[in-house]
Design a protein around this ligand. Structure first.
Ligand code: CUO
Length: 680
């Protein structure tokens, strides 16, 4: 271990460095030339680093190099906030590179990666800096530890040209004795977990600089994106003969679902701790993490939040009432419940959702007597793997819905689009009958060589199995009865027609299972219009290649705007999970299409050069959320009276088409990503 504090005391302000000479920490200084020869000779790229005064890294270095790092732990958040502040505060990109090169050898690798990623995302001058996809840097957060061992073996022993992809077994975390295990392909999907990690990177809830947190409608987006995760999970449950997820609403109850991650943390050199079936939450007293909190604290916060929702206002830090109105109520609640540093009153309403993650992730060792770190729920890159993630978020969502149910239902005026009607909607794939979707398994390869230290370089591929679907096109016929052209926003959702008992769903329940598939603007001529829209253009998803590609190897020479904004663009639901799995005999869903008046939805802003193709769940970088309607509209409120079924809810600018999703248990293999991916 380097003696960082002493090194700092010697006069950090005078410390200068120049890669590769001064990047060596004290431990390796005596053998510096040897190390430099070993790595320097093999380096493909050398980066000049300027001499600058180094800000104090004392706070970031207070987290051990091989500790686990969790955004949900308040102490870690404060440490990360300081490091982000340092990275954002230096004057130029060159200075950032220098500080980053210095910090990289000294601070915890997870912390370093998180703080640098947030900084790169939020500095105006770092749009042309790229960070490789997270799964390549920390594959241990996504992949079975047995596979990791085999990959290291392959990388160390087998010459590059003879290497074979190492196959990750299809379902390795549990057996079919556990019904929850049927959902492995969703919970453990690498792209879904990458999306969740990216989302929290783009919308951090803590930073020393408030502007990094205070983004347009961030609280509302926290609610909506996670509401959609739960809705999607429930659609997958119906596809697997499971009932909707039960909320974790009694914090004293045991959690029936255990989870055994079967992953090792490379940084901590420890296995991710499991949670046994029927574990209960306990009061936390972990000195190391500076957490002393009781389950009763969570309950108090929860009760105060419900009280605020029912009274229709929150009390801010100065004691003023702030109304939870139609416009801002959900956004205020999002920041309050998550909570983020822009919560109106953390003293009173606490930190419910984040600390829920912490309580669950420490349920196996609440007072640190076993010296164990947190489980997967403690990390946004791994939390979605655990069945309890959805129970917790179903509960959090229930609180948001409590507020939404207080609001007036939308009137037909608010829902309608004067003079515009949808006359027909169809879905077509190349090889199947109209209005059927097809899903199947696909195997794809991901290069993990970046995440493996001290092995000869070159690609090492892991081959993993994920859900995939046949692409389709929507054909939407829209009549515009006005004499002039109009602009419309097309909103497409999908929801199960029948519940877990096979009974046709009521709107009030079905609306909570409606998953967004796409949203886009169309120009409507007077008369009839036929709109064709391919599924790959979805505003919810990013293409498979963007989820996984390594920019260093696929980077266009000129650095296009699309390519430069990669890190933000890494946020987006994985395209392979756009629709639920369905069933071998077909599962019936309702495809809902609506067109609204763009003049009422529009947000005037310049979107040139920004990454804006996964806006539904991720927004647009540095811009306002590009749709003025409440997120989830029109399913975010209870129906008006008389509209208690989807069919009776419809106004002429809406259309419902019954569709079926057929799953076939066959596996197709995609060529390795390296060969398959072309820069766009
Ligand atoms: Cu994303 Cu609980 O917020 O995991």
């Amino acid at each position: 271990r380097p003696k960082e504090p002493i090194f700092m005391e010697k006069g950090a302000e005078n410390a200068v460095f120049d890669v590769p000479h001064n990047f060596l920490t004290d431990r390796y200084r005596p053998i510096g030339t040897e190390v430099q020869n070993r790595f320097g000779m093999m380096a493909e790229k050398r980066i000049p680093v300027q001499n600058i005064s180094i800000p104090s890294l004392a706070i970031p270095m207070s987290l051990g190099r091989n500790e686990q790092f969790s955004l949900f732990i308040p102490r870690h958040r404060r440490i990360a906030g300081r490091l982000i502040d340092i990275f954002v505060g230096v004057r130029s990109v060159q200075d950032l590179l220098s500080v980053a090169a210095y910090a990289r050898d000294r601070v915890n690798p997870y912390l370093f990666n998180y703080a640098l990623s947030v900084a790169v995302l939020h500095r105006p001058d770092t749009r042309d800096l790229n960070i490789p996809t997270f799964v390549q840097i920390f594959p241990d957060k996504f992949i079975d530890s047995q596979v990791m061992t085999r990959i290291r073996e392959e990388a160390s022993i087998v010459p590059e040209r003879m290497r074979m992809p190492i196959v990750i077994p299809k379902d390795y975390t549990a057996s079919d004795l556990d019904p929850e295990h049927r959902l492995w392909y969703f919970r453990e999907d690498i792209g879904a977990n990458l999306h969740h990690w990216h989302w929290h990177l783009v919308y951090p809830f803590e930073a020393d600089r408030e502007d990094i947190v205070r983004k347009d409608r961030r609280g509302e987006l926290f609610y909506y994106m996670h509401e959609q995760l739960v809705a999607r999970f429930n659609c997958e449950r119906f596809s697997n003969d499971l009932a909707r997820v039960q909320r974790f609403n009694n914090l004293r109850d045991p959690i029936p679902e255990g989870y055994f991650p079967k992953m090792d943390s490379l940084v901590a050199s420890r296995a991710w701790p499991p949670r046994f079936d029927n574990t209960r939450l306990s009061d936390l007293n972990r000195e190391l993490d500076q957490i002393k909190l009781d389950v009763a604290d969570l309950e108090r916060w929860r009760d105060r939040i419900f009280e605020a929702i029912h009274q229709g206002f929150v009390i801010d830090e100065s004691g003023n009432r702030v109304e939870l109105d139609e416009m801002n109520g959900i956004d205020i609640l999002g920041n309050l419940i998550e909570s983020s540093i822009i919560s109106l009153n953390r003293q009173v309403y606490g930190d419910l959702h984040n600390m829920g993650h912490v309580f669950i992730s420490y349920a196996h060792d609440p007072n640190h007597r076993h010296l164990e770190s947190f489980g997967v729920m403690g990390d946004s890159a791994t939390a979605m793997r655990d069945p309890v993630f959805y129970k917790w978020h179903a509960y959090i969502d229930d609180m948001f819905q409590e507020h939404k149910e207080v609001l007036q239902p939308y009137t037909t005026d608010q829902l309608g689009f004067q003079g515009v009607t949808i006359s027909d909607v169809n879905v077509n794939t190349t090889d199947f009958p109209a209005n059927t979707f097809q899903t199947f398994w696909q195997q794809s390869d991901v290069d993990l060589s970046r995440g493996l230290d001290f092995v000869p370089r070159g690609n090492v591929f892991a081959r993993f199995t994920h859900l995939q679907h046949a692409p389709w096109t929507y054909t939407i016929n829209i009549n515009n009865n006005a004499s002039t052209g109009r602009l419309g926003t097309v909103r497409i959702f999908l929801g199960p027609k029948f519940d877990e008992r096979g009974i046709e769903m009521l709107f009030r329940d079905q609306r909570l299972l409606m998953i967004e598939l796409d949203k886009f603007v169309v120009s409507l001529r007077p008369g009839s219009n036929t709109i064709r829209r391919p599924s790959i253009n979805s505003s919810v998803t990013i293409p498979f290649e963007r989820t996984f590609r390594d920019l260093d190897s696929n980077r266009p020479a000129d650095g296009t705007a699309e390519e430069m904004a990669f890190n933000f663009c890494g946020c987006g639901w994985p395209h392979n999970l756009l629709i639920p799995k369905g069933k071998p005999g077909g599962l019936t869903f309702e495809l809902f299409v609506m067109v609204t008046d763009y003049e009422q939805d529009r947000v005037d802003q310049d979107l040139a050069g920004t990454c804006n193709d996964a806006v539904s769940y991720c927004g647009v970088r540095d811009r306002l959320y590009p749709d003025r309607k409440p997120m989830g509209f029109p399913f975010d409120r209870l129906p008006r009276s008389g509209g208690d079924r989807l069919t009776t809810f419809l106004t002429p600018n809406m259309f419902v088409r019954e569709v079926n999703i057929f799953f076939t248990d066959r596996t197709v293999t995609r060529p390795t990503i390296q060969n398959a991916v072309q820069p766009q």
